[in-house]
Design a protein around this ligand. Structure first.
Ligand code: SF4
Length: 197
């Protein structure tokens, strides 16, 4: 179809008006709400937290036959009362996404390619690296000025400055507790959380 600029503007205007009056004459909102309800009618709703940022908005995850079918803001959550920002509103795509990684990927130092590894291999490698870094950079004792006498004294430090830990908004209270216990056990002193930075 050969559309001149004038005909294109006329057609766009007519389409816009049609949609406008269509919406005014036929109120589609109850139908749309019903369609949404039908989708989640027999689904199980499980409250959870948005993993993206430190606001920690509440979500409802709807599952049916063990499969996630929808996610939306939790109206009972006092933080967001059902509303979500555009990022949170798209959280379902974290799950339903052909680009989502479902297996651990490893890129060796200096390498340009990522290779797939199994979880056991990955966990062993993480433990190996953490242990090696911590042992090479562990300070058992350190010398400080005695605040009372001003003379030098040795104190127990049991710390490493070579590792830092950054918690994320996806971690719940219990996970944060376990993480800081592990880190303090290793002597890590740089403990941060996404909510503070
Ligand atoms: S919905 Fe938006 S504001 Fe709320 S936690 Fe997720 S990313 Fe943050």
């Amino acid at each position: 179809m050969n559309l001149s600029r004038r005909s294109f503007l006329k057609l766009s205007g007519a389409t816009g008006l049609g949609l406008f009056f269509g919406e005014k004459i036929f109120d589609l909102s109850p139908v749309m709400a019903q369609v949404k309800l039908l989708k989640i009618k027999s689904a199980k709703a499980t409250p959870t937290i948005c993993p993206y940022c430190s606001v920690g908005c509440g979500l409802l995850a709807y599952t049916e036959n063990g499969k996630l079918i929808n996610m939306e803001g939790d109206p009972d959550n006092p933080v967001n009362q059902g509303s979500l920002c555009s990022k949170g509103a798209s959280v379902y795509q974290l799950y339903d996404n052909e680009r989502r990684l479902t297996k651990p990927m490893y890129r060796a130092p200096g390498a340009t390619e990522w290779v797939e590894k199994d979880w056991d291999w990955m966990f062993d490698r993480i433990v190996e690296r953490v242990t090696e870094t911590r042992d090479k950079n562990f300070t058992a004792k350190q010398t400080i000025d005695d605040p009372k006498t001003g003379s030098k004294i040795d104190i127990t430090a049991n710390r490493t400055d070579a590792i830092a830990s950054l918690g994320g908004a996806g971690l719940d209270n219990e996970e944060c507790y376990l993480l800081q216990k592990l880190m303090r056990g290793l002597g890590v002193v740089y403990l941060e959380h996404q909510a503070r930075i």
